[in-house]
Ligand binder design. Structure first.
Ligand code: NAD
Length: 288
């Protein structure tokens, strides 16, 4: 039976460390880290994510400032808010929940955030720092994936890792982080030919496609580790949504270790957002 990598417990440990860092900042500098969360419109999934992020801030002692704007907010008004948050010394992290309404250019908005407050790590400056190993703020889900892998392996050097999915927010940054750790990385996507054969070569498979049961048991080499980033909402027999990952979890008992969905990567994403906010605050006061 594969070892289950318990993301919930790991996230709790990381939160405890973050809460401790917050207490130290308060004690040493009298500064409480602050996170601004901006939500435009009423996308139901985004509302849930924002509520969870705000609750998580409270748990570790980070001040959160919610900015809920109507769906018809102009791009100009949103940029004005971001400019204000950029210069506000009580704000150390700025998060603009995506997706944004169609009339707003997400690239322009995310690019307007001060890179030192960009706790999602989506600003081109932070993308560039990541790809050159220059220590910017790293996107939260990829950071969480690395911390989960660190519970299985002391060293990733030379491991053969297959990443399924090449998005800017998950697949590509994960590949960059793995390369920094000297893993051999193959990035695959919807047009990749012979994916099952490629996956079968992997010591580690990271599935981030958003396609339920894409990764079948026969794709997974005996003793490989499988990290399931995928989250898809599917209705259960009572008509309620349940979350499923990209991996046919019941078929991978021969794996070394695997993350469940839910309870794997998801909790780590929020814990890494909090840790990034504290890191941004520490850097702002010159402590990191
Ligand atoms: P995306 O739609 O931007 O990218 C999906 C990628 O997967 C693309 O590169 C696409 O080519 C590839 N892909 C899709 N179907 C494929 C297939 N059948 N075979 C091979 N490749 C395929 O999605 P994203 O934003 O990168 O998110 C990916 C998944 O991760 C989604 O399910 C999303 O909900 C989930 N996610 C989870 C967290 C978390 O905290 N756990 C965070 C972000 C995203």
């Amino acid at each position: 039976m594969a070892e289950i990598i318990d993301g919930k417990t790991l996230a709790r440990h990381l939160d405890a460390q973050t809460a401790n860092d917050v207490r130290q900042m308060m004690g040493g500098h009298g500064i409480r880290p602050g996170l601004a969360v901006v939500l435009v419109g009423h996308d139901p999934a985004s509302e849930v994510y924002v509520a969870r992020k705000v609750q998580a801030c409270e748990r570790v002692g980070i001040d959160s400032f919610e900015h809920r704007l109507p769906a018809d907010t102009s791009q100009e008004a949103l940029l004005t808010l971001i400019t204000r948050l950029n210069i506000d010394p009580t704000i150390h992290g700025i998060l603009v929940q995506v997706p944004l309404p169609a009339h707003i250019d997400a690239g322009v908005v995310l690019g307007a955030i001060d890179p030192s407050k960009d706790v999602d790590g989506f600003h081109p400056v932070n993308v560039g720092r990541l790809s050159t190993g220059a220590g910017g703020l790293v996107p939260c889900t990829p950071l969480g994936v690395m911390k989960l892998l660190d519970t299985v392996y002391q060293d990733l050097t030379g491991l053969n890792v297959v990443v399924i999915g090449k998005s800017n927010i998950v697949g590509k940054p994960i590949a960059m982080l793995l390369l920094e750790r000297e893993a051999t990385v193959t990035v695959t996507h919807i047009e990749t030919r012979g994916l099952p054969d490629i996956a079968r070569q992997a010591d580690v498979i990271i599935a981030a496609a958003g396609s339920p049961r894409l990764v079948r048991g026969f794709w997974v080499k005996e003793g490989a580790t499988v990290i399931d980033v995928g989250i898809t909402r599917v209705p259960n027999e009572h008509g309620k949504d349940r979350l499923v990952g990209d991996v046919a979890f019941d078929e991978i008992a021969h794996a070394r270790a695997a993350t469940p969905v839910p309870g794997g990567v998801g909790p780590m994403t929020i814990a890494c957002l909090l840790a990034n906010t504290v890191l941004a605050a520490q850097r702002a006061i010159g402590g990191a």
